[in-house]
Design a protein around this ligand. Structure first.
Ligand code: NZQ
Ligand code: ZN
Length: 381
C-alpha cells in the first residue's frame, strides 16, 4: 500500500427531509446567499421552492443565478462570479446535478480569491481561501457532492478539464433520494454508467490497495444487482437511495486510498473531448469509451482485468477479455450506448475526435497514452 492522507471534510446528510437541517447550518454564514441552479428542473419539480423556504426561515437574502447547462462552461461561471461580486455574497448554495455543483465550486474559488476561473483551472494561479458552499444534490452520478473536484469546458481553447482543490469540498451536502425520483430514465442510465466508470478509474490506478479493490468490486456488484430494477421503477425510494450512495462512495476517496494516484482518469480525459465536440452527456461518452480503452490497453492492464473479474465473479480462471465483456454487456443491458455510431456520430466525426486528442494529448496517471494508443482506441470505438 502507498502512503496516503485520508481527508474528507464534507458533512453529508442523507435521507428523507434532510433539507430541514439547512437553516441550522447557515447560522454565522453571513446574509447573502448566491443560489445556483440549472436549466429549470428544480423549479419544475418543486425542489427550488423548498430550498427558498429554508433560506427565508434562516433570514437570508437570495441572489439567484440560473441556467447552468449540462457540460457546464466557464462563461457561465464567470457571469456568476460577476454577480457574486456585485451583490456581495457571503456564501453559495448549489441546487442541482454535477454541472451546477461544479460551476458553484469554481465560482467559489474565483470569487473568494478574485481570480479568473480559467487561470485557476490551468493552475496558473493558486486559490487560498473560500466562502462556505452548501450543496443540495438532485442527481446521482458524479460524486462531486463529497469531493474537491470540478470539471468545466472552455470552447475558446477547446478543452474540458478537471480541477481539484482541498478548498472545494462542499461544507455540507444534502442528499434526499426522493429529489432524484424525477431524473428521467436516460439520465439515470448516464448516472449509473458514471458511477461504474469512477469505480473503474480508481481500480486502474497504480500500486496495491487490496481493501479499496474490494470496495470497487462491491460497488460495481451492488450496481449490477440494483440498476436494472431501478430503471423499471424510477420512483422506488430504496433503489434510488442505493444508487445515490453508490455514486457518492465511488468518488469520495473510499476507493482510492493507498493507490499511487487517486484514479487513472485517462478514460475520462478522452471522454471529455466527445462532450466538448458534440455536447454528449457525460455518461454516454464513458459507456462508449471504457470498453474501447480496456480493449486497446489489454496488454498493459491484463492482470488487473483478471483480478477485477475474479472479484466480480469469484472465478479465478477468468480471462481479461471476459471482464471487458462483463462491462460491455452490462452497459448494453441497461440501454447505454457502447459504440460511437450509437451516439449519432459518423466516421468523419471519429477523425475530428482523433485530431482533438492529438492536439490536447489526454492521458491517464497510470496507464499513459500516446498517439498510437489514440489510433488504437479509435479503432475499437
Ligand atoms: O439543467 P436542469 O434543468 O437542472 O436539468 C438537469 C440536466 O438536464 C437534469 N436534472 C438534474 N436533476 C434532476 C434533473 N432532471 C429531473 N429531475 C432531477 N432531479 O439532468 C441533466 C444533467 O444534469 P448534470 O448536472 O449535467 O448531470 P451530472 O450530475 O451527471 O453532471 C455531469 C457533469 O459533471 C462532470 C461531468 O463531466 C459533467 O460536466 N463530472 C464531475 C465530476 C466531479 N466534479 O467530481 C466527476 C465526473 O467524472 C464528471 O466529469
Ligand atoms: Zn465521470
Amino acid at each position: 500500500m502507498e502512503n496516503f492522507t485520508a481527508y474528507n471534510p464534507t458533512v453529508l446528510h442523507f435521507g428523507k427531509n434532510v433539507i430541514d437541517k439547512l437553516p441550522a447550518h447557515l447560522a454565522g454564514t453571513g446574509q447573502n446567499a448566491l443560489l445556483l441552479t440549472g436549466k429549470g428542473s428544480v423549479k419544475k419539480y418543486g425542489y427550488y421552492d423548498q430550498v427558498i423556504e429554508k433560506l427565508k426561515e434562516a433570514g437570508k437574502n437570495i441572489v439567484d443565478f440560473s441556467g447552468i447547462k449540462p457540460n457546464p462552461v466557464i462563461d457561465d461561471a464567470e457571469k456568476a462570479v460577476e454577480l457574486a461580486r456585485n451583490r456581495h455574497i457571503d456564501f453559495i448554495i448549489a441546487l442541482g446535478g454535477g454541472s451546477v455543483i461544479d460551476t458553484a465550486k469554481m465560482v467559489n474559488m474565483a470569487f473568494a480569491n478574485n481570480l479568473p476561473v480559467w487561470d485557476i483551472m490551468k493552475r496558473r494561479v493558486e486559490p487560498v481561501k473560500k466562502v462556505p458552499l452548501f450543496v443540495i444534490l438532485t442527481l446521482a452520478a458524479t460524486g462531486t457532492e463529497m469531493n474537491g473536484a470540478a470539471v468545466l469546458q472552455n470552447h475558446q481553447t477547446q478543452e474540458k478539464i478537471g480541477y481539484f482543490s482541498p478548498l472545494m469540498y462542499p461544507d455540507v451536502s444534502f442528499l434526499n433520494p426522493a429529489y432524484t425520483f424525477t431524473v428521467p430514465k436516460n439520465q439515470t442510465i448516464n448516472g449509473i454508467v458514471d458511477l461504474v466508470a469512477h469505480s473503474l478509474e480508481a481500480f486502474f490506478s497504480g500500486g496495491s490497495a487490496p481493501l479499496p479493490d474490494r470496495f470497487v468490486a462491491a460497488n460495481i456488484i451492488e450496481t449490477f444487482d440494483y440498476a436494472p430494477a431501478l430503471l423499471n421503477d424510477l420512483t422506488n425510494y430504496d433503489l434510488r437511495a442505493r444508487m445515490l450512495w453508490s455514486a457518492t462512495v465511488a468518488e469520495n476517496g473510499t476507493t482510492m486510498h493507498g493507490r499511487t494516484t487517486s484514479g487513472d482518469w485517462g478514460t475520462h480525459a478522452l471522454a471529455h473531448h466527445i462532450s466538448l465536440l458534440w455536447d454528449t452527456p457525460h455518461g454516454q461518452t464513458l459507456s462508449v469509451l471504457f470498453p474501447a480503452w480496456m480493449k486497446a490497453n489489454l496488454n498493459k492492464i491484463s492482470s488487473r482485468l483478471k483480478q477485477l473479474g475474479k472479484l466480480l465473479t469469484g472465478n479465478s480462471q477468468i480471462k481479461p477479455e471476459d471482464t471487458i465483456r462483463i462491462f460491455e454487456d452490462f452497459f448494453t443491458r441497461i440501454g447505454a450506448p457502447v459504440r460511437f455510431e450509437q451516439l449519432g456520430l459518423s466516421k468523419e466525426d471519429k477523425e475530428k475526435l482523433l485530431n482533438l486528442w492529438l492536439k490536447n494529448k489526454p492521458t491517464g496517471t497510470n496507464v499513459t497514452l500516446d498517439e498510437n494508443d489514440y489510433q488504437n482506441i479509435i479503432s475499437f470505438l
